[in-house]
Write a protein that binds this ligand. Structure first.
Ligand code: SF4
Length: 418
């Protein structure tokens, strides 16, 4: 291997891959049972940067050549940049070398489109197949699925990769048409539908036959770029909800548009999406998936954007003061989960612990409840009740005065662009 050339390719193709945020590796149960290399179980791939992004995968493109011209993408065919392409064997060698040196715990492999979807997908699948079958590699593999790739290739990809993802790119079809006229939302939906059915089928088989092969054990995910097109948070969350429900996605990743290209269809170059908008979308996403909130409770026609000052759960509570205070010693789990400052674990601890006695502030504090929020919304077995008939906006002011969000330092004007 010509090391200089490989290093140059790595610089180009790792840099081009950095715009894809959908690389978290949770959920895989692949085990090293054959004295092979690596082990995607035991959580070894769960390494995240401070802002929640995964860092321990070799994250590269197979190539940044592309026949398409998506306006938001640095690899678009009409962008004048240095191009490079790895061979299948080069990616395999790099992954094994990096893994042996303990630099990485797995591979995240995406690609521009060489000449058509199948030609590109076939190469991605070959990388995964070689790693698994020739090198006994049991580390984590996340493959991007190329929209429009055949069912046969998607099936093969599922047999070797832990996670597969098809990027929706834009939250709506209209947004996609505007910025990626070569793409067709149906080409993304079709492989997602195939994967959903194949994952269900293989999961059933695995229950019946222990030796049945794994198929994308970490499921499928997608990514939406936020802020390149005018969709509001309500449209983004409704779209995410639709894909969670209909395609059994494990995760939707929200990637704030990074303005790197000048184009009249795109926001101006100096208007990056504030990190806090991404963060609020992830919080809302969490509420939909784990806290029993419906999209319409988080955002609606009257309030299509999430409040950037406060998290969406606090926002809902303040708009629904008639639902509070909640008595933590009596309320059901679903209602306790709606209290700002009480997370999933704390809510479960509360419900278990109150069987043995009435809970007070001290008990709740020990269970991890954030009392500086929860105290306005709950009653318990303590005399002190700190809500004191405050209005929702009073509570918001009190909470804001006592908390500082690291994201708020970076609130630029993205929301005012459209
Ligand atoms: S198809 Fe993918 S790599 Fe090609 S321009 Fe569009 S987003 Fe970029």
């Amino acid at each position: 291997m010509n090391e200089e050339r490989i290093t140059e390719k790595l610089n180009i193709l790792a840099d081009a891959a950095k715009y894809d945020v959908s690389c978290a590796s949770s959920g895989s149960k692949r085990k090293n049972e054959n004295k092979g290399l690596g082990n995607a179980s035991n959580g070894i791939c769960h390494s995240y940067t401070e802002d929640g992004r995964c860092v321990s995968l070799l994250k590269i493109l197979l190539t940044n050549h592309c026949i398409f011209d998506c306006a938001y993408c640095v690899s678009r065919k009409n962008n004048d940049i240095k191009r490079a392409a790895f061979t299948v064997q080069e990616v395999v060698d790099l992954t094994i070398n990096f893994y042996r040196r303990n630099y990485i715990e797995g591979l995240f492999l995406s690609s521009g489109i060489f000449k058509d979807a199948d030609y590109t997908m076939e190469r991605l699948v070959r990388v995964a197949k070689k790693l698994r079958t020739e090198h006994n590699f049991n580390g984590y593999i996340h493959l991007k699925s190329i929209p429009g790739a055949s069912d046969e290739l998607m099936n093969e990809a599922g047999l070797y990769a832990d996670r597969l993802s098809v990027n929706l790119e834009m939250p709506t079809e209209a947004g996609l048409k505007l910025l990626a006229p070569d793409k067709n939302q149906q080409d993304m939906i079709k492989p997602m539908g195939y994967l959903k059915n194949a994952i269900i089928k293989h999961t059933e088989e695995k229950k019946l036959f222990k030796k049945a092969p794994l198929f994308a054990p970490a499921g499928q995910s997608t990514q939406m770029i936020i802020g390149a097109t005018p969709e509001n948070d309500s449209e983004v969350l409704h779209s995410a909800n639709y894909f969670y429900k209909n395609f059994k996605l494990k995760r939707v990743y929200y990637s704030g548009y990074v303005p790197v290209l000048a184009d009249s269809r795109l926001p101006a170059l100096n208007t990056a999406v504030p990190m806090v908008r991404e963060n609020r979308l992830y919080q809302a996403d969490w509420l939909m998936r784990f806290y029993g909130f419906k999209v319409n409770e988080i955002v609606n026609t009257a309030q299509p954007h999430l409040d950037l000052d406060i998290d969406p759960k606090l926002g809902w509570a303040i708009r629904n003061m008639q639902a509070f205070p909640v008595d933590v010693n009596k309320a059901d789990l679903q209602m306790i989960l709606r209290v700002p400052g009480i997370g999933l674990l704390s809510a479960q601890k509360i419900v278990s612990a109150r069987r043995f006695g009435k809970l007070n502030w001290d008990h709740m504090k020990k269970m991890g409840v954030s009392l500086n929020r929860a105290k306005y919304f709950v009653t318990c077995n303590s005399n002190e009740f700190e809500r004191r008939d405050l209005t929702g906006s009073n509570i918001k002011q009190f909470i804001l005065a006592t908390s500082q969000s690291k994201y708020l330092k970076n609130t630029q004007t993205q929301l005012n662009l459209f």
